[in-house]
Design a protein around this ligand. Structure first.
Ligand code: EPZ
Length: 429
């Protein structure tokens, strides 16, 4: 399998265009199941996760065509009819968000059999809230041999759905199902992440009546059918935040474009507190750091607009060489510190106690061989490698390929010494 080697020490200077958001694109792709007309998604990232979902959608009857369109990378998804309502374990387990095909399948064809996604390295990640939402909309749900059997032969019915905790995936899933339900659905304690707003905009372009996304209350007035549409995927705030952290780590000046500064405001504030300069621009941010060492800063992850859990690992990497002691609290997932022992292999001084990590900044990291454990953890190792003395080699980078488009190219264009070492196809031990 491929590995990534980084030779530390180079500053980053240049421009990085931010890709479309993975975590939005995969929900928008699922929306194609809701209509018999083509859905054209532009600003589409080309990632392992979008490929996984494309494969599953194809099995369900959607034609998925990737191409370079007049406005860049596009994917056209067209489901004239649903040919299968079955999402097997081998596909859902590869990418948890595939589970979100359940709601659209039931909404459009009245039934589905979708594998439960199973566990995940960052936490248990149950789907109970997704199922409660579908039940509230009138679907009959049975769990049997690892599969969810959902039925609503006479269609879904609008309902009030009140989530006990904020869940991005469950809110999206409820929206995807409720757009074709009969009557009005009100989702309370909805997640407010920008990807929800993106989903609302796409669904409304398809003829749905959704309002309130981006606030805790989302109201959906069901319609009988949806039509095709063209929609541009929102910029990837996690990719944007990752490169912002990389620039602060390596020093230099990096301009992030094709994005929006407000998507990473909670991170920008912390980067400034640490001593980096962040200039908000019309289409992104410029992140600069001169030679001086950053200061330790505490963070606590929270739902949007709080500090994103998907940027926690990257920020921890940044803090490994900051001046002083930083406290990092993870409140969204119960096991999201797998990167800590790998960062320690590079010489970081980190101790983890439950949901909190204490990072004591060291003057210098040392390159070593390390292993990626999940998507965001793997990029935190690349960020640390940018300043580690000598060479850092990250293995299991298939995690990285799930969510970062052309990472070596983008960092390399700014002067980073990053190269991919092609593997022989054999799985690593
Ligand atoms: C989304 O996951 C993202 N994934 C995650 O990004 C992100 O970390 C997370 O939102 C939080 O922002 C995608 O969009 C594909 P949640 P999701 O439901 O929707 C608990 C990445 O690296 N919960 O908001 O699965 C859950 O266990 C990924 O790109 C239940 O208890 O997250 C967690 O503790 C990682 N029951 C909390 O809610 C449920 O039914 C929030 O999870 C659902 C969730």
């Amino acid at each position: 399998m491929d590995r990534i080697a980084i030779t530390g020490g180079a500053q980053l200077n240049g421009v990085i265009p931010v890709s479309g958001a993975k975590n939005s694109a995969i929900k928008l792709m699922a929306a194609s199941l809701l209509t018999d007309e083509p859905l054209r998604l532009t600003n589409m990232p080309r990632l392992a996760d979008t490929r996984f979902l494309g494969k599953l959608l194809t099995r369900l009857g959607v034609s998925v065509t990737e191409s370079d369109g007049p406005d860049g990378q596009q994917t056209i998804l067209h489901a004239p009819e649903i040919t299968s309502g079955f999402a097997p374990y081998d596909l859902v387990r590869q990418m948890r968000a595939s589970f979100n095909v359940l709601g659209p399948l039931v909404a459009r064809s009245g039934q589905a059999k979708v594998s439960l996604p199973g566990g995940c390295t960052i936490g248990a990640r149950p789907v109970d809230l997704h199922l409660q939402a579908l039940e509230a909309l009138g679907a009959k749900i049975d769990l049997h041999e690892g599969y969810v059997y959902a039925q609503a032969p006479r269609g879904l019915k609008g309902a009030e759905i009140s989530f006990p905790i904020v869940s991005v995936g469950a809110t999206e899933h409820a929206m995807l199902a409720a757009v074709l339900a009969d009557g009005v659905t009100v989702i309370k304690n909805a997640a407010c992440e920008p990807e929800l707003v993106d989903l609302q905009e796409c669904l409304n372009a398809m003829g749905a009546k959704v309002e309130g996304a981006g606030t805790p209350t989302v109201t959906i007035t069901g319609v009988a059918r949806l039509k095709g549409a063209t929609h541009a995927v929102i910029p990837d705030r996690i990719e944007m935040g990752t490169y912002a952290v990389a620039a602060a780590m390596a020093g230099g000046e990096v301009r992030l474009t094709n994005a929006r500064p407000e998507l990473i405001e909670s991170l920008s504030v912390k980067l400034e507190e640490a001593g980096a300069t962040v200039v908000r621009t019309e289409d992104g941010v410029i992140v600069k750091r001169n030679g001086s060492r950053l200061n330790a800063v505490d963070i606590e992850t929270a739902p949007f607009p709080g500090f994103a859990t998907d940027l926690q690992a990257q920020f921890m990497a940044l803090m490994t060489t900051a001046n002083g002691e930083s406290h990092i609290r993870e409140t969204i997932f119960e096991n999201r510190f797998m990167h800590a022992p790998e960062l320690m292999r590079l010489g970081a001084d980190i101790s983890v106690h439950g949901g909190e990590a204490r990072v004591r900044g060291v003057a210098q990291l040392e390159g070593a061989e390390v292993m990626a454990t999940d998507l965001r953890a793997s990029v935190s190792l690349v960020i640390a490698g940018l300043v580690a003395r000598g060479e850092t080699v990250v293995s299991r980078i298939y995690h990285l390929d799930r969510g970062f488009e052309r990472l070596e190219e983008k960092l390399g264009a700014c002067g980073a010494q990053v190269r991919r070492i092609k593997g022989d196809g054999e799985p690593e031990l």
